[in-house]
Design a protein around this ligand. Structure first.
Ligand code: SF4
Ligand code: SF4
Length: 586
């Protein structure tokens, strides 16, 4: 039986069929749906960990206990998880362990487009790269088999197109599997220097055996066609190459660390022009060149962004590999360009009030990762920087230490989920090192940007069970912060006053800006109403950046379908031209 599945759904299905019984992740686009789907299968325990490092550590424990284990994260999550991951390669596994790294070429929803194939190489762990949903499902099982056979964690690297595109997938039945027995073995699992040195050598031995496996693996295969052009490729790029160069021979690599050197040499030796087609880094190209072959790659294929058949058609035509007349016809006639739709906070988003207040106070604001990053875009433009999960607090502290004048006018903003992910240590550092930063936790009660996943503050688990919800006020007090207060960000006067007081306090302080995400808790307050006779068209209300407000015939207009009645615009209009819906009815 076949089902239409996205790459993420297929990975979850593959994990279930292959006997995964424990899974952990921190949500992050484009990986999030893997755990959401896996948690629904019987016999699987899945959890949202507070961050990717913890997710890998949970996975290590489960693997040592003998369970087949899957841990998933977006590409930047591997940076957070790298510490346990690199040493886990030394110890090796008990139950099979697969880490799914969902990379994001094109930076659709991330802060960078790092190529995590480099991580697999760096960590000296096997790397599999599926090119569609069927392969994604199959490779999970293969990754677990390789992991157990070679005693090593395996990385399965997807990209956004594979994660989110749908394809037909053959559905199988799960194979019954029991826990592998655990045997205490300090020389294998206790990485003190004396034992780690031994495991370092053992890792090289395992890699040498993996290289042999890669040479003969069905994951790496040649499709012989014409010998004038030979393309080495992997992942989703394989689909594009097949479409754009149907006459070329192709070496499709499903296992890209370690590489099958002999197979590559055989292929390279039999084609006239050798090209590597890969997204992002010249990861394959550099290794093929180091084998002594003249190869084209990033001299013609872009370094940055996603590839697609259109991009490859253009670059192969420009490079003279494809005759202009031989370029495949576009499948569909080009339609009119879609209107630009810059990302924007939802109407009624509680973060809008906070950012409007911060902008008005002309503070320096260090930002963090989440929906509220949108507060940095016009018209709010309230953020000065945004680097990675949890960086806002350290950055505010560092700026204040570098320039005491900045200490009294800098705040860090960080979401509730992000704070629990990696903000705690930054705040502890502010307290310990006698900083005076004001940290604003934007508590909307969910991990909103990735689609409303639970976290330790929501009172629910991924398995749908009630759980203790962390008390943020008590938590930050426990870290040593004495000044802690809660504001409603839809009350602009209260929010402004709280921020002014706390930045002037001269000691660490936390403001919890608390309102549930508007999409999570739909409130049915009547839409705001414009009194046309009072509106003078000053556009102050547009500075909120609410998509429900526009200008029409020189006057403000509110879209009653989009408006949630949050009343922020009512507070900012100095002319009294915007009324609460209820007032308008009176
Ligand atoms: S509604 Fe008020 S703030 Fe908006 S344009 Fe009219 S007068 Fe200005
Ligand atoms: S009340 Fe005003 S700011 Fe709030 S959603 Fe409606 S139009 Fe937007």
């Amino acid at each position: 039986m076949k089902e239409l599945l996205s790459g993420n759904e297929a990975i979850a299905r593959g994990a279930y069929e292959s006997g995964v019984t424990v899974a952990a992740a921190y949500p992050g686009t484009p990986s999030t749906e893997i755990l959401e789907n896996l948690a629904r299968y019987p016999g699987v325990y899945a959890e949202w960990a507070p961050n990717e490092k913890v997710a890998v550590e949970v996975g290590i424990g489960a693997s040592l206990a003998g369970a087949r284990t899957l841990v998933a994260m977006k590409h930047v999550g591997v940076n957070v998880a790298a510490d346990p991951l690199l040493t886990f390669a030394y110890t090796g596994v008990n139950g099979g362990f697969v880490l799914v790294s969902a990379d994001d070429p094109g930076i659709h929803s991330s802060q960078n487009e790092q190529d995590n194939r480099r991580y697999a190489y760096f960590a000296k762990i096997p790397l599999l790269e599926p090119g569609d949903s069927q392969e994604a499902k199959e490779m999970v099982g293969l990754a677990l088999d390789i992991s157990e056979k070679f005693d090593i964690p395996v990385m399965l690297r997807t990209t956004t197109r594979v994660s989110h595109s749908q394809g037909l997938v053959e559905i199988g039945e799960p194979k019954p599997r029991s826990l592998k027995p655990y045997a205490r073995d300090a020389r294998k699992y206790l990485m003190v220097p004396a034992y780690a040195r031994l495991r370092r050598v053992a890792l090289e031995e395992r890699l040498a055996r993996l290289k042999e496996y890669s040479e003969n693996s069905p994951l790496n295969f040649i499709e012989w066609r014409g010998r004038a052009v030979g393309v080495i490729t992997s992942g989703v790029s394989y689909q594009y190459v097949r479409e754009v160069l149907p006459g070329a021979s192709v070496l499709k690599l499903g296992m890209t660390n370690p590489l099958p050197e002999n197979l590559i040499k055989k292929f390279a030796g039999e084609v006239e022009k050798l090209i590597v087609v890969e997204e992002l880094e010249p990861y394959l190209e550099e290794q093929v060149r180091a084998m002594g072959f003249k190869v084209s790659g990033k001299d013609i294929v872009p370094y940055t962004g996603e590839l697609d058949p259109g991009v490859l058609t253009r670059v192969f035509t420009e490079a003279g590999i494809l005759e202009p007349s031989a370029a495949p016809a576009a499948a569909l006639p080009e339609g009119p360009a879609a209107p630009g739709r810059p990302p924007v906070m939802c109407p009624g988003c509680p973060h809008r009030g906070l950012f409007y207040a911060l902008r008005g106070l002309k503070l320096t604001v260090t930002g963090d990762i989440g929906c509220y990053t949108l507060g940095g875009l016009p018209p709010l433009e309230a953020l000065d920087c945004c680097i990675c999960m949890g960086a806002s607090i350290g950055a505010a502290h560092g700026a204040g230490k570098a320039d005491p004048a900045l200490a009294g006018r800098t705040v860090a903003v960080i979401g509730d989920s992000t704070f629990l992910h990696s903000g705690l240590t930054g705040l502890l550092n502010v307290v310990y090192n006698r900083g005076s930063s004001t940290v604003i936790i934007l508590d909307n009660g969910t991990t909103a940007m990735t689609g409303h996943q639970d976290h330790p503050g929501t009172g629910r688990t991924l398995m749908g069970e009630p759980a203790p919800a962390v008390d943020l006020e008590a938590l930050v007090r426990a870290l040593g912060v004495r000044r802690v207060r809660v504001v409603d960000p839809l009350n602009l006067a209260e929010t402004r006053a709280a921020v002014e007081e706390e930045v002037a306090a001269g000691e660490p302080s936390v403001i919890i800006s608390r309102r549930p995400c508007v999409l999570l808790k739909k409130e049915t307050r009547p839409a705001a109403v414009v009194l046309a006779e009072k509106c003078r068209g000053c556009k102050v209300c547009l500075r909120l950046g609410c998509p429900a407000i526009s200008m029409k015939d020189g006057r403000a207009a509110v879209d009653p379908i989009a408006c949630t009645g949050c009343e922020l615009c009512v507070q900012v209009c100095r002319e009294g031209a915007l009324l609460k819906g209820v007032e308008a009815c009176d």
